[in-house]
Design a binder for this molecule. Structure first.
Ligand code: SAM
Length: 276
C-alpha cells in the first residue's frame, strides 16, 4: 500500500508555534524531506526527534521529487518541511504536491504558521478579500509588468520581500499605486523584534531611505478604492494630457497634473499619453 505525503508547517520565528500534530507527524514519518537539512536539524533537535532527512530544494527538486514519489509509492510516509512557514507557499513543495497528486498519492496539509496570513491578520487592512502576490521578480521589466497588472486591484495585496530589495520595491509600488496608498509593513513576525508599521507607500519610502530595513518583511498593501478604479480610464487621461499640453504645459507637467486630477498612477497616465 502507498504511503502519504504530509505538508508540515514549521515556526516562522517562535519555536513554540510548532503544533502537537506537526510534532507527531514528524515523529511518525518514515523520512523527512527538508528545504535545508541544517535548518530543519536544529528544529528536530529542539523537539528531540531523530529522523532520516533528505534534501528537497529549488535546484534538486526535479530529481529528488521522483525519488520521494517512488519511496512513497513503495509504502513510506514522507513529511515535507521548508525552512520556515508553510511548505509550497513561495517555498519548495508545489511541484512535489503536483507529482504526488498525479501519482495518486494522498497529500495531507497540516494547518500552521504562514507569514502571509499572520501578516494579513495583524495588518489592520481589509481582510475580507485579498490576493497573495508572493515575491516580485528581480528583473525590472517583469516587476513593472506585475505591479502594473495590479494597478486597479481592489483586494488587499500581500507581498513577500527581502530587506535588501525593500526600498526599491516600495518606490516601484508608490509609482504604480500612488504615494498615498496605505501599506502595513509586517516585520520579524513572532520574533523578539516583531513590528508592524501602518503607513503609506510615500512615507514608507522616506522611512526606509533614512533607516535601511533589517529582518524579514511581509508587505500588506491596501487595494485601490472603487472611486480610484472607476474615476478615469486611460483614454480620459490621454485626452486630459492633450488638453493641458494644448494650453501650454510641457508633456511632463501635463502628465503630473493629470495623474493628480484623475487620481491615477503617473506611469498609467504616461503610457496612455504615449499610446495616444
Ligand atoms: N512558506 C513560508 C510561509 O508561508 O510563511 C514563506 C517562505 S518565503 C521563502 C520567505 C518570506 O516569507 C520572507 O522573505 C518574508 O517575506 C516572509 N517571512 C517569513 N518569515 C517571516 C517573519 N517571521 N516575519 C515577516 N516575514 C516573514
Amino acid at each position: 500500500m502507498a504511503g502519504m505525503l504530509y505538508l508540515v508547517p514549521t515556526p516562522i520565528g517562535n519555536l513554540g508555534d510548532i503544533s502537537l500534530r506537526c510534532r507527531e507527524t514528524l515523529e511518525q514519518a518514515d523520512f523527512i524531506a527538508a528545504e535545508d537539512t541544517r535548518v530543519s536539524l536544529k528544529l528536530l533537535n529542539h523537539l528531540g526527534i531523530k529522523k532520516s532527512l533528505v534534501s528537497y530544494f529549488e535546484h534538486n527538486k526535479a530529481t529528488k521529487g521522483d525519488l520521494i514519489v517512488q519511496r512513497i509509492l513503495a509504502g513510506e510516509t514522507c513529511a515535507l518541511v521548508s525552512d520556515a512557514g508553510s511548505p509550497a507557499i513561495s517555498d519548495p513543495g508545489e511541484e512535489l504536491v503536483k507529482q504526488c497528486a498525479e501519482a495518486g498519492i494522498t497529500v495531507c496539509a497540516i494547518p500552521g504558521p504562514c507569514a502571509a496570513i499572520t501578516a494579513l491578520s495583524i495588518s489592520g487592512q481589509s481582510t475580507g478579500r485579498f490576493c497573495f502576490e508572493g515575491f516580485l521578480s528581480t528583473a525590472k521589466k517583469s516587476r513593472k509588468e506585475h505591479l502594473d497588472s495590479l494597478a486597479a486591484e481592489t483586494r488587499t495585496m500581500i507581498f513577500y520581500e527581502a530587506p535588501h530589495k525593500l526600498l526599491s520595491t516600495l518606490e516601484d509600488m508608490a509609482a504604480v499605486f500612488g504615494a498615498d496608498r496605505p501599506i502595513s509593513l509586517c516585520r520579524e513576525l513572532t520574533k523578539l523584534h516583531e513590528e508592524v508599521v501602518r503607513t503609506t507607500l510615500g512615507e514608507a519610502v522616506d522611512k526606509y531611505t533614512d533607516t535601511p530595513p533589517k529582518g524579514e518583511f511581509v508587505l500588506v498593501v491596501a487595494g485601490a478604492t472603487v472611486t480610484e478604479k472607476e474615476s478615469a480610464t486611460p483614454a480620459d487621461a490621454a485626452a486630459r494630457v492633450a488638453e493641458l499640453m494644448a494650453e501650454g504645459l510641457s508633456r511632463k507637467d501635463a502628465i503630473k497634473q493629470t495623474a493628480k486630477e484623475l487620481n491615477l498612477p503617473k506611469n498609467v497616465v504616461y503610457d496612455a499619453a504615449l499610446q495616444e
